[in-house]
Write a protein that binds this ligand. Structure first.
Ligand code: NAP
Length: 292
């Protein structure tokens, strides 16, 4: 069907996580080869406790990314009734393993386990996910440290597209420790004026409509509708929601894309970047080991 003259729908430019993460991985392959030349093989260990189906998929994808890069990967699968002591003993062993540069505890852990205590056990130098309190504190204080992968991937996407950040209004929906808070800190570091919204925010749309850069990290399918988005906004969709067997984001993509200047798809957006940033954190840690 032909569109009426002059009625052509403007569409946002896609921030394509598949393409960008493939570029990151290509670049990392060269860095891995250089490390191998110095006798160093980067290594990532992933600890999975229990049998959460989504976590199983994420862990498999991380192992596959290590394989693609040609780095060592160790997945430690522990039963759902693992005790805190057993989990921390595994972390201790990996802390001491000289061939492991990154340790990641797949979250969420079963309810009976103490997540902050487990994350605090990982030595900060091997904290591949950037969730250790020392690395969180460094981010807060604008000091160099390992940064969490999803927010790091979001910033990578924004910078790769040369999207101006300084002085612009950024609104983040969600205040989790793994996405909302750290991405807000990173946007602040880039001189955005940042608003963080959450479930108690009054009149959410009045905030989101001011956003030049809108990050949705809520976990609710199609939560961000077109009427919540300013014309020309950059929309970053972090959400991963399963609806009728399909993966969808937090943004009503079909109706928001015509209003936005840039938008990330789901799947194929932020999620892809998360894995390549994990690989980047691991390679960076190995490079620090090589420099010792
Ligand atoms: P989370 O810990 O559940 O946090 C969700 C946030 O959304 C909370 O801060 C919550 O506010 C807020 N929220 C909930 N309902 C709201 C409402 N009606 N209005 C405004 N805010 C509301 O989730 P998360 O771990 O940050 O993850 C968010 C989404 O991103 C999920 O879909 C997750 O699967 C996805 N994710 C994707 C990646 C990736 O690689 N693409 C990585 C991590 C997470 P309160 O704090 O007040 O409860």
């Amino acid at each position: 069907m032909k569109r009426a003259a002059g009625k052509r729908k403007r569409m946002a430019q896609l921030l394509d996580g598949k393409v960008l993460s493939a570029e990151v991985m290509e670049n990392l392959k060269a860095r891995v080869e250089a490390l191998k030349g110095k006798g160093i093989l980067p290594g990532l260990a992933v600890i999975l406790v229990g049998d959460d189906p989504a976590s199983q998929i994420y862990v498999r994808n991380k192992g596959k990314a290590c394989e693609d890069l040609g780095i060592r990967s160790e997945t430690i699968r522990m039963s759902g009734d693992t005790t805190q002591e057993e989990l921390e003993a595994v972390i201790d062993r990996l802390n001491k393993d000289e061939g492991i540069d990154g340790i990641l505890v797949q979250l969420p852990l079963p309810k009976h386990l103490n997540e902050p205590a487990a994350l605090a056990k990982i030595i900060p130098e091997k904290d591949a996910d950037g969730f250790h309190l020392l690395n969180c504190g460094k981010l807060l204080c604008s000091l160099p440290g390992t940064q969490p992968c999803t927010p790091k991937g979001i910033m990578y996407m924004l910078k790769s597209a040369n999207i101006p950040l300084s002085g612009r209004e950024a609104v983040v929906i969600g205040r989790s420790n793994i996405v909302g808070k750290p991405v807000a800190m990173m946007l602040l570091q880039e001189n955005c004026t940042v608003t963080v919204c959450h479930s108690r925010t009054q009149d959410l749309a009045s905030h989101t409509r001011r956003a030049d850069i809108l990050v949705a990290a809520v976990g609710k399918a199609k939560f961000v509708t077109a009427d919540m988005v300013k014309d020309g906004a950059v929309v970053i969709d972090v959400g991963i929601n399963r609806v009728d067997g399909k993966v969808v984001g937090d943004v009503d993509f079909e109706n928001v894309a015509p209003k936005a200047s840039y938008i990330t798809p789901v799947p194929g957006g932020v999620g892809k970047m998360t894995i390549s940033m994990l690989m980047l954190n691991c390679v960076e840690a190995a490079e620090k080991r090589a420099a010792l």
